[in-house]
Ligand binder design. Structure first.
Ligand code: ZN
Length: 154
């Protein structure tokens, strides 16, 4: 697996930037400003954006480990964000139909980790998707693809 690496999102990027709908600052760690995104994950995010055909807001993508473990984030060592495979996409105000279409599209494109996070009032806030390659689901069920919740037909 290959990573796109920038020491800081404001640095010049020597090659053509591969993801036209997502800029370095959107994918950078809010801790140290670095960008470390797996190419396959970024390519899948761009593919998802093309098929979705509307703007997507990335709340969080790459996180350096210190920031990931900080009080502000309170995530864990095995989080997918420091690996550069995870994206938290803002879902505030989305309809149930939009939530459904989005997670199924993400699954179809190859994302396998899904987590749904709600606001304090219980409304969808953001969906975590990641390219870990093996099935994982947590949080609220609205974020889980049908493939993870349907019983196999016999
Ligand atoms: Zn996440």
């Amino acid at each position: 697996m290959t990573k796109l690496i920038m020491q800081h999102y404001t640095d010049p990027y020597s090659e053509p930037w591969p993801w036209p709908n997502f800029q370095p600052w959107e994918l950078a760690s809010k801790g140290n400003g670095a960008v470390q995104i797996e190419m396959r994950a970024g390519d899948r995010l761009q593919k998802l954006r093309y098929r979705w055909d509307a703007a997507l807001t990335v709340n969080s993508a790459y996180r350096d480990m210190a920031y990931n473990l900080s009080k502000k984030v309170k995530s864990t060592r095995d989080s997918q964000h420091p690996k550069g495979t995870a994206f938290d996409i803002r879902t505030r105000g989305w309809s149930l139909d939009e939530l459904y279409r989005f997670k199924e599209l993400a699954y179809k494109i190859g994302f396998r980790g899904f987590g749904g996070y709600n606001t304090k009032k219980g409304k969808p806030k953001f969906i975590h998707i990641d390219d870990r390659g093996t099935p994982a689901k947590w949080g609220n069920r609205w974020a889980w693809p049908d493939a993870y919740t349907m019983k196999a037909q016999t």
